[in-house]
Design a protein around this ligand. Sequence first.
Ligand SMILES: Nc1ncnc2c1ncn2[C@@H]1O[C@H](COP(=O)(O)OP(=O)(O)OP(=O)(O)O)[C@@H](O)[C@H]1O
Length: 249
Amino acid sequence: MLEARGLRLAFGGVRAADGIDLSVMRGEFLAIIGPNGAGKTTFINMTTGYLRPQAGSIHHEGERITGLSPRAIVRRGIARSFQLPQLFTEHTVLENAALAIAARLGIWSPLAPLLRREIREEARELLARFGLSAIEESRADTLNEGARKLADIAMAVALKPRLLLMDEPTSGVAASEKMAVVETLARVLRDAAVTAVFVEHDMDVVARFADRVAVWSQGRIVALGPPATVLSDPEVQREVIGVSGAIHA
Ligand SMILES: Nc1ncnc2c1ncn2[C@@H]1O[C@H](COP(=O)(O)OP(=O)(O)OP(=O)(O)O)[C@@H](O)[C@H]1O
């Protein structure tokens, strides 16, 4: 699905990517963990066209995407969500979903989306999949963090990606809500056959939902494998988990 080879990017003296090699398999959920500043977001930014690597290449389904614009990359079936949700806060959840669907269809008028029945219906159906029907008429700025994250990811899913990259989908979500949010997310993505790469600081979420874990440290991948193996590695526990959160599993 995705093949990164030899990615390098430095900001002054900081090596945010220092030779990243990573293959993402079709259909898998791959978690990226690592301490603050390790270069996790930089990898997502390079893969989605927000940053251009200084060296190396990224291929998606066999085609080189290195250096393409974010819009060109979305058109190739790669979407992303950000650590801070990017919803239109003064609009309802339904309007946000409709705007994302309209954007996929190349319609940029702010009013047109909800006036078109097929867009409104698709938006309702999308929100139902995310369990958000009851709050579809609520303004985005009134949602709790779990619903806000799901609504934000619903907008990315509205673009019908085959690969979705998520930067900390559970950050800011109350501990009591977290597992329900990720369960919903995992169900929607699996049903839609979307491959997922997500940066995550909560090791319980990683242990439960990731097929594989990649451990980032100082712009490099220092461990890669199934959660049961990687999360029990003493060095990973010392270097990464001690810094970014505890395992309760
Ligand atoms: N646009 C930029 N300009 C300058 N330095 C940057 C830029 N983006 C990232 N960096 C630096 O590159 C390094 C990697 O940053 P990055 O955000 O990728 O880390 P991260 O692993 O996602 O961290 P966090 O867990 O805190 O989000 C950091 O030292 C950061 O300060």
